[in-house]
Design a protein around this ligand. Structure first.
Ligand SMILES: Cc1cc2nc3c(=O)[nH]c(=O)nc-3n(C[C@H](O)[C@H](O)[C@H](O)COP(=O)(O)OP(=O)(O)OC[C@H]3O[C@@H](n4cnc5c(N)ncnc54)[C@H](O)[C@@H]3O)c2cc1C
Length: 507
């Protein structure tokens, strides 16, 4: 069968690998000149910067992809585990290192807030429980609604106890506040929801699973930079004979009588196919690639659940000096995290005292910066693009706010040490990857039985159309989009098998 993939992000690559591995003819169409999407690279003056994801969790999802085509991940990637995983710098000057190992975690908590030790261990056990529920009921499934779950018929009488245990109406903020008395620990664990670009006030308690994903299963770094993952998957696509068209935008998904016929590129050429996997942003896919009344209706009806997740500003700073107080990953927290979340998600303005996430991979990997230098990546989460804030006008001033805060929080001499620099804003993110309003993590995760579900991986209306990526099920972040790509491919394979069986029965 001929399958086209719209977009060569990680989800598109995962779908392509899974399908090519089963012997299908697969082509990827990518508007940029590189594959990997947001897992992008910038090199300047001897510094190498991963432009997008830097924290890699759940490597088992990637291992499963390699294994599905008879390969071993270790033959393609050298993954190292980071422990401690983060350094957290609080506004009051205190600091806390997050450890994966139990001994490290217990020793650090004994120093930081011994009275919270039992709460910490109880929270980890709660986070683990939320992870197990998600793994059993929601991961590796193509679901887009509660109806899909019910139709799958897998839940039965257990559904009631499941609904009670995930407590869909409780927010992540409420669940975390119940566990910790020390507001610094509540701030730290609430911040994990930023991995999916949501706010702890609107996200459901089940997202308390995220700390366990990292603390329980490790925080990983592929030597050479996270871009090594995109390069490994590109190599694998090549080995499996996937055709790749870079610098080629898809302008339309061609549909006739409710069935996919192929895609039309910006050159006006039709490439026929029996199936299409759209790795493009879901709002763009409906609005631009599938124009028409049905799409308009879908977008209108689902406006709440398609609200973009947060966006961000990233600074890439090549510094001719080292900052010994930093680990590979660091967070400089805001003084008032409630105000920060409300600014980003309710007022839609960037916060004046932002939480800054720093990646300093030169700590682990000397290949990314010249000797005695540091390749510093600083990410600040901001609202998605709206009329409330003009990035063209305000970007430079916001960059200075970030750099000044970094200097205040222990990076003395930063400004004078910068020898190469680049900044990307929400507007750049929108242009670079064609994501709705510059959203980094697809669509926002909200609580409630309908909003908690993202668009499913199989189109219920158009036969042969599938969706993969951060704006659809199961959501954003490297492991989730790799899962999304594999699940979309499995839907294609299931549908091919079902058709073959029907044809055989008819003969
Ligand atoms: C700054 C930043 C930091 C992040 N940090 C982390 C992190 O530390 N850990 C983590 O796990 N995740 C992180 N993420 C999120 C993670 O990068 C994404 O969830 C994931 O990479 C998205 O993959 P995707 O395949 O869904 O989409 P994308 O990477 O967006 O790929 C989609 C591709 O489709 C292409 N495309 C779109 N429309 C068309 C069209 N019509 N024709 C042709 N091509 C098209 C785009 O150009 C793009 O290459 C970060 C993201 C950013 C931007």
């Amino acid at each position: 069968m001929r399958v086209h993939i719209v977009g060569g992000g990680l989800a598109g690559l995962a779908s392509a690998i899974r399908l090519a591995g089963e012997g299908h003819k697969v082509s990827i169409f990518e508007k940029n000149s590189h594959l990997g999407g947001k897992m992008n690279l910038w090199q300047s003056e001897g510094y190498t910067f991963d432009m997008g994801p830097t924290i890699i969790t759940m490597p088992a999802v990637l291992e499963r992809l390699f294994a599905s085509v008879g390969r071993r991940m270790s033959d393609y990637l050298q993954m190292v585990s980071l422990d401690p995983q983060w350094r957290t710098l609080f506004a009051d000057g205190s600091q806390f290192d997050l450890y994966s190992s139990l001994e490290g975690a217990v020793a650090e908590m004994a120093k930081f807030a011994p009275e919270e030790m039992a709460n910490y261990l109880q929270f980890l056990s709660y986070s683990h429980k939320m992870y197990d529920i998600s793994d059993k009921w929601f991961f590796w499934k193509p679901w887009g609604s509660l109806t899909d779950v019910m139709k799958a018929g897998t839940m039965g009488p257990q559904s009631l106890s499941l609904a009670v245990s995930i407590d869909p109406m409780t927010s992540m903020h409420q669940a975390i506040q119940k566990h910790f008395k020390d507001p610094r620990l509540a701030q730290l664990f609430e911040h994990f929801v930023q991995y999916v670009g949501s706010s702890p006030f609107i996200a459901p308690a089940i997202l308390c699973l995220i700390p366990w994903v990292q603390i329980g299963y490790g925080c990983w770094y592929p030597m050479g930079g996270t871009g090594a993952i995109a390069r490994a998957l590109t190599k694998l696509c090549d080995e499996l004979g996937v055709e790749v068209y870079t610098d080629t935008a898809v302008e339309k998904i061609e549909v006739s009588n409710g069935k996919v016929m192929g895609i039309i590129t910006n050159g006006g050429q039709l490439y026929p196919a029996e199936a299409v996997v759209a790795n493009s942003d879901i709002v763009y896919t409906f609005r631009d690639l599938l124009p028409g009344k049905d799409s308009e209706q879908y977008l209108q009806k689902n406006a709440a659940k398609l609200e973009p997740a947060c966006s961000g500003v990233v600074l890439y700073l090549g510094c001719k000096k080292r900052f010994p107080n930093l680990l590979h990953h660091d967070f400089m927290f805001s003084a008032d995290s409630d105000a920060e979340f409300r600014d980003i998600y309710e007022r839609h303005i960037p916060h004046h005292d932002p939480t800054i996430y720093l990646a300093v991979p030169s700590r682990t990997d000397p290949s990314v910066a010249p000797p005695d230098c540091e390749a510093v990546y600083a990410l600040v989460h901001t609202p998605y693009i709206s009329s409330e804030y003009n990035w063209e006008k305000n970007a430079k001033a916001y960059r200075d706010t970030i750099v000044k805060k970094m200097e205040r929080c222990g990076m003395e001499g930063l400004s004078d040490s910068i020898e190469t620099e680049r900044m990307i804003t929400p507007v750049d993110l929108e242009k670079l990857y064609w994501v709705n309003r510059g959203a980094i993590y697809g669509v926002v995760t909200k609580r409630g039985l309908t909003s908690a579900f993202k668009t499913g991986n199989r189109s219920p209306h158009i036969s042969g159309l599938y969706f993969a990526g951060g704006s659809v099920n199961p959501g954003a972040g490297v492991p989730m989009v790799l899962m999304s790509g594999q699940v979309a491919a499995e839907c294609v394979l299931e549908d091919v098998m079902a058709k073959t069986a029907t044809l055989a029965a008819a003969r």
